[in-house]
Write a protein that binds this ligand. Sequence first.
Ligand SMILES: *Cc1c(COP(=O)(O)O)cnc(C)c1O
Length: 395
Amino acid sequence: MNNKGLSTLAIHGGEAPDPDTGASSPNIVMSSTYVVDQPTSFSVTNMDDETPFIYTRWANPTIRQLERKLCLLENSEACLACASGMSASSGALFSLLKPGDHLIISNTNYPGTAEISRQLLPQNGIAVTPVDGSDPANIEREVRDNTRMIWVETPSNPLLMLTDIQKVSEIARRADALLAVDSTFASPVATRPLELGADLVVHSLTKYIGGHGDALGGAVLGSREIIAKIAAGGMLHFGGTISPFNAWLIMRGAATLPLRMRAHQENALTVATFLESHANVEVVRYPGLESHPQHALARRQMDNFSGMIAFRTASPSSTAARRMKNMDVIHYAVSLGHHRSLVFLLDTDDLLESSYRLSGEQKADYENIAGEGIFRLSVGLEDAEDIIRDLDGVL
Ligand SMILES: *Cc1c(COP(=O)(O)O)cnc(C)c1O
């Protein structure tokens, strides 16, 4: 399958007709246990791809099909699918870092990841430095002897700032640290971080890859050695196994990922251009707009600008948010990457205090863009005119 294009891989990768029945579509194997014909070890440290299926928390045929499809899409050796994006992130962080290690992480990112890094990691003896990752020099400046991991999210939540993966991977290599990239907003259609030198890629499959808002899932991808370390180092013991049913739903969603990303991008560019011209909109951030401060990097690093827009209104954001409850097609709801358009207000004080805990210059930089609150719009696959009519009615 390695010589096929991304659209073909999204459909056929990891799947094959059922050898017993000839079924063309994948089965769902819900069995938690498997009949085995020989004594086997009970320790996850001895398991690999050749080990027969024993128990679904360790491995399952449906989940494995999803993992193989994701490996092909990300050009990765190995993949561990798990119950949610947070399960993938926490599993990677807690399996690969130990007390005394130092982590450098983007100062704004997905709030769950931000809160783990600000609260749980330091409680476990891991030092954490949040930096503005839009300039690799900021990352390089914070490298210490014990820096073992650099974690970036690109494009980042919620301001859609980008990090130059290739440049940061060189910094990580020199520091003998791993580079992990949360690539949820990009999807493998836009960016394949491993090809740019990253060691790990994390996805919330709940978003673009699943794409339909009906199944939680996550994945972490990288070399066989690193993924085995994460599996044996904790993940399988933490128990964040994805349900085979969710894996099956996500696999079905993933089949149309390249097609959907093209449509997300086309709609998002139309909607972002409309927002930019609207009198009540002060700031629009979309990597595909020339006005994005890192548009040149976006062109280099992203084959698709994805469907995420951040915008700030001139009138009070809370008033606009209240009016958004009455839209026809856009749902006022969290999450992103679904076929449905979703919009949500991210209140600045709340985010800065609870998740990011920014101060000084970093706080001022954030407030300068986000004001009192910024809207995160996940542009769906509806007709662009209907999305625009909804926005025009509330702005
Ligand atoms: C949603 C999201 C996560 C967490 O994923 P869940 O599936 O909700 O656990 C992590 N990172 C990013 C960028 C996300 O958007």
